[in-house]
Design a protein around this ligand. Structure first.
Ligand SMILES: Nc1ncnc2c1ncn2[C@@H]1O[C@H](COP(=O)(O)OP(=O)(O)OP(=O)(O)O)[C@@H](O)[C@H]1O
Length: 296
């Protein structure tokens, strides 16, 4: 399978923050959800991919071409033509109306499709004569998404792009992304704090914390296979002694009402420990245990 994006060993130092040895890949045909707490390093990683900041070390390849400071401007332009980018703010000129934003974009992108843009404006109910400064945050994000898609990219990079949308508009945006993914050569890297969105559409989940990748797994390994066991102290001790987990592999969090244990395979767990309460894992519970849990 071809990768649309390959980040290897990426590092970047800021005063008080280090992005360290980031490895992240977006295979063609897949949506990669990029999660992590505020300040974990998601936007810094994305900015490095877009060439907006220079990494200290490591490599970034987009469509198999290495991104670096020595690229010619025509190489940079040709890669950017094939990428659609949406941040959590709308960055078009404030006094420009929606219709003219489309016109401006048509000069920037060779593959710009005005009919497609118009279709997204209708779908997102964006008034063509409203200026950018008068759009609500959600409307601005819808406009950014319409622009990103109307130049027919192969790789979409979304940094908190659905954050300003209400639940119905988010569902609409997810449908648009599903539609985009009907072409198996397409791919999406999507950073989001709204993990329920990622549960609906992502194929892989990559989690970053404190500038380091904490886990990188298929989403189904979390939402279909993993579980969270809810133990009392005695159950926890017998579980720890049972040999079900290899030493150091049992990840748990103590609460006032008991102890949660991350279970990589809840089906095997349920067969072995019929009396211990067990839930399916969500991306949030999985992240909570991976980021804050102790190991034994
Ligand atoms: N230009 C800069 N100079 C110094 N520090 C920076 C700079 N840009 C980002 N940082 C720091 O890098 C760290 C990571 O920030 P980043 O924006 O990548 O986090 P994030 O995971 O996207 O967070 P959020 O979810 O809040 O958007 C933060 O500590 C931030 O203060």
């Amino acid at each position: 399978m071809n990768n649309l994006l390959d980040i290897r060993n990426l590092s970047k130092h800021y005063d008080g923050f280090d992005l360290q040895n980031i490895d992240l890949h977006v295979p063609a045909g897949s949506i990669v959800g990029f999660v992590g707490s505020n300040g974990a390093g998601k936007t810094t990683t994305i900015k490095a991919v877009l060439g907006l900041i220079a990494p200290d070390s490591g490599s970034i390849e987009v469509f198999g071409q290495r991104i670096d400071a020595h690229m010619s401007s025509s190489q940079t332009v040709s890669i950017k033509q094939r990428m659609g980018v949406v941040f959590d703010t709308c960055s078009f000129p404030e006094e420009m109306n929606v219709k003219n934003v489309g016109k401006l974009m048509s000069y920037c992108y060779a593959a710009w499709d005005s009919t497609l843009f118009e279709r997204y404006l209708d779908m997102f109910e964006l008034p063509r004569d409203k200026t950018v400064k008068d759009l609500s945050r959600g409307m601005g994000m819808k406009l950014s998404l319409a622009c990103a898609l109307a130049h027919k990219p192969e790789l979409l990079i979304l940094d908190e792009a659905t954050a300003g949308l209400d639940p119905l508009a988010r569902d609409e945006a997810l449908d648009v992304l599903r539609d985009f993914m009907r072409n198996e050569r397409h791919g999406i890297l999507m950073s989001s704090h709204i993990t329920s969105d990622l549960e609906k559409i992502a194929d892989y989940i990559v989690c970053i914390d404190g500038g380091r990748i904490v886990f990188s797994v298929e989403k189904d390994a979390i939402t279909d296979t993993a579980g969270v066991a809810h133990c009392r102290a005695a159950e926890f001790e017998s579980l720890a002694e049972s040999g079900f987990f290899a030493p150091g592999d049992m990840r748990y969090l103590r609460h006032t009402y008991g102890i949660s244990v991350l279970v990589p395979d809840r089906f095997a767990f349920a067969e072995n420990f019929k009396d211990i309460a067990l839930d399916k894992a969500s991306i949030d519970t999985y992240m909570g245990l991976m980021l804050k849990g102790e190991t034994r």
